[in-house]
Design a protein around this ligand. Structure first.
Ligand SMILES: [Zn+2]
Length: 231
């Protein structure tokens, strides 16, 4: 299924098709509500309105392309995030996350990878920035939020998605800020990566918060402060 360069077949074409369906879509509105619209032109998300053959199960999902630093022609894979109204919005039409409530993805996962794909690092462009520090976030949109504060940030798909060979990507930095979400799984991720990475700096997020909720609540610049980058 995989090509020898590790690219999932069809990813480039799919990313392009779904990017063309993004503007004004539920995915667009969802990212705006999360305060992440500034990241759109960099990360080129998509929306599955009309699905490509074989992608019917991803209809009404936000599409997250795993771009390579060399550009969108080298998209490694795509992932899908459910943004169906009945899952992400309450009966009054407001997003659950804006009320601090859990989304209702019943009988299906919130995120899906292509069949046969393996866990990957997201936003590897962060790793070629000329910077003494870098951050690791839990989840793709958390990486957007931290990066909007001027901190190059890669993301992992969760604590169990870390692979041994990822360690090397973070060698040589003065500091690697580790920002798991402010919940049990997130703290576990922060703890585990801080143990693995000798230059890892664990950052504890407040209970129930993630980088984009902090950005919404406290505005741009707050995450930099939290990392001790600005006084
Ligand atoms: Zn759902």
């Amino acid at each position: 299924m995989k090509q020898s360069n590790g690219q999932m077949p069809g990813s480039v074409e799919a990313a392009k098709t779904y990017w063309e369906q993004f503007k004004g879509s539920p995915a667009d509105l969802y990212l705006q509500a999360r305060g992440l619209e500034e990241g759109v032109s960099t990360h080129l998300p998509g929306f599955v309105g009309s699905a490509r053959t074989g992608h019917e199960r991803y209809r009404d999902h936000l599409v997250i392309p795993y771009l390579r630093p060399a550009g969108s022609k080298f998209t490694a894979t795509i992932r899908f995030r459910c943004v169906r109204d009945e899952c992400v919005k309450d009966i009054d039409g407001s997003y659950f996350f804006l009320k601090g409530e859990k989304e209702q993805h019943e009988q299906h996962s919130k995120y899906q990878s292509l069949p046969g794909d393996k866990p990957r690092l997201y936003n590897t462009s962060a790793l070629i920035q000329p910077s003494a520090y870098v951050a690791i976030a839990e989840g793709e949109f958390s990486a957007w939020a931290v990066e909007l504060d001027g901190v190059p940030t890669a993301a992992v798909q969760g604590v169990s998605a870390w692979k041994d060979h990822f360690d090397n990507s973070f060698a040589g930095y003065e500091k690697v800020f580790i920002l798991g979400d402010g919940d049990e799984a997130g703290r576990k991720m922060t703890e585990k990566l801080a143990e693995r990475l000798p230059n890892g700096v664990p950052i504890d997020l407040p209970d129930g918060e993630d980088p984009d909720s902090l950005r919404r609540s406290y505005g741009p610049g707050f995450i930099r402060q939290l990392l001790g980058l600005d006084s």
